[in-house]
Design a protein around this ligand. Structure first.
Ligand code: NDP
Length: 399
């Protein structure tokens, strides 16, 4: 019987919800493109409930314990002697979420001799040292597509919020003001702008599709080119690399995984190639951007705005410059953990666990690492290596 260690974010400060804003969430039949929704044999939660926090337990306790397994759930993941470190020593499965990542560094993996499976309850497994996982022949799996549309919706919201200057205008209401000129002095229409995505996978292409009705000119770059039919339908301009795209775009959105090829892709040099006054929206991973280069570019006007929900490390220290830089629209990492998304990723985690314990293959599209190499979705979208360097800084949040 296995020990399953599940690292989840803390409950709401006012306690676990007793009721919700809406009574039921829409039931989706399949993802765009036809991939089927998670298909566990059963679920022990009500879709629409808060599942991603400690008390939510991803709805897994009944299933695991009734099959004789042990479930340990904690939010204590950083710093010396964390519960994560203590419980890892005999865990077979670690489940973690990108929103509150349990950084599985090479050192931690070395201290977990029984560890065989790392599941990401969400998408993006860069919090695992994937090179170390390959070397140890661990399986790394994530719930591909579970929150891609959730993020695409968030990207559209952030593009509009930045360009139209929504957040400062909202602030004037809270401050009892009626400062039209202050609100308007940085407010534009998106219509007619050049909008581009770096990465046109599930999220990137959903963003393109959602931005099309705004009558913008759409651009993308990706390692694999989209079909001519899709390029024609959306009126896309393909760029062979990010440099070419950023030179012509007023708005750039980043939608690639974090892996050695994309780490710090948006540094001083890349941001310097952007149009002066461009907007950058990054809901992919904080480390794809150079932290200080972004803050500098906002201060000197090279960027007109920056928004996103991803940081490095997570949680970021209290003095992280992105909390206080000008013209930003940052949130904590929330775009992929709407209650709608949680129902899908909790069901997907259950599906992966059922496969694992019943010794059935995990869907290829969920696999990132398997058999000592990148596999499935990981082989398509990642490059080998490690992107967890510096994650120990997450312990500073507590200070
Ligand atoms: P996909 O795998 O569908 O898409 C990623 C795309 O990025 C692929 O098309 C891939 O290319 C492309 N890509 C990879 N490396 C490069 C590169 N060096 N240059 C250009 N393109 C590249 O994943 P999703 O769209 O579903 O998710 C993307 C990322 O978004 C996740 O990995 C995760 O980090 C982040 N995310 C964030 C969430 C949040 O809550 N903020 C939630 C969900 C995801 P190809 O496969 O063609 O090689």
């Amino acid at each position: 019987m296995a020990k399953v260690l599940c690292v989840l974010y803390d409950d709401p400060v006012d306690g676990y919800p007793k009721s919700y804003a809406i009574d039921s969430i829409p039931k989706l039949e399949k993802y765009p493109g036809g991939q089927t929704m998670p298909t566990p044999k059963g679920i022990d939660f009500k879709p629409g409930a808060l599942l991603g926090c400690v008390s939510g337990e991803l709805g897994l306790r009944k299933f695991l314990e009734s099959n004789g397994h042990t479930l340990v759930v904690t939010s204590d993941k950083d710093g010396a002697n964390s519960t994560l470190d203590r419980e890892l020593v005999d865990a077979e499965v670690v489940i973690s979420q990108p929103f509150w990542p349990a950084y599985l560094t090479r050192e931690r993996i070395a201290k977990a001799p029984k560890l065989k499976l790392a599941i990401t309850a969400g998408i993006g497994s860069d919090h695992v040292d994937l090179q170390a996982a390959m070397d140890r022949e661990l399986t790394v799996a994530e719930v591909t597509y579970c929150n891609s549309i959730s993020v695409a919706e968030h990207v559209v919201m952030m593009i509009l919020a930045l360009v139209r200057n929504y957040i400062p205008s909202y602030d004037w209401v809270i401050k009892n003001g009626w400062n039209i000129a202050d609100c308007a002095a940085r407010s534009y229409d998106v219509e007619g702008m050049n909008v581009g995505t770096v990465g046109a996978g599930r999220i990137g292409s959903a963003v393109l599709r959602r931005m099309k009705p705004f009558d913008v000119k759409l651009h993308y770059t990706d390692r694999h080119r989209l079909s001519p039919e899709i390029e024609k339908e959306l009126g896309l301009t393909f760029h062979p690399n990010a440099e070419s795209l950023v030179k012509v775009c007023d708005v750039v959105t980043i939608n690639t995984p974090l892996h050695p090829e994309t780490e710090h892709m948006f540094d001083d040099a890349m941001i310097g190639k952007m149009k002066r006054g461009a907007y950058l929206v990054n809901t992919a991973r904080g480390k794809i951007c150079d932290r200080d280069a972004v803050a500098r570019a906002l201060k000197d006007g090279q960027l007109a705005g920056y928004a996103g929900d991803v940081w490095f490390p997570q949680p970021p220290p209290k003095d992280h410059p992105w909390r206080s830089m000008p013209h930003h629209g940052m949130t904590p990492h929330v775009s992929g953990t709407s209650l709608s998304a949680q129902a899908r990723y909790a069901a997907g985690v259950r599906e992966i666990l059922e496969c694992w314990f019943e010794k059935r293959p995990i869907r290829d599209e969920y696999l990132i690492v398997s058999g000592g190499k990148l596999a499935g979705a990981g082989a398509h979208s990642y490059s080998a290596g490690n992107a967890t360097g510096g994650s120990e800084e997450a312990a500073k949040f507590k200070k």
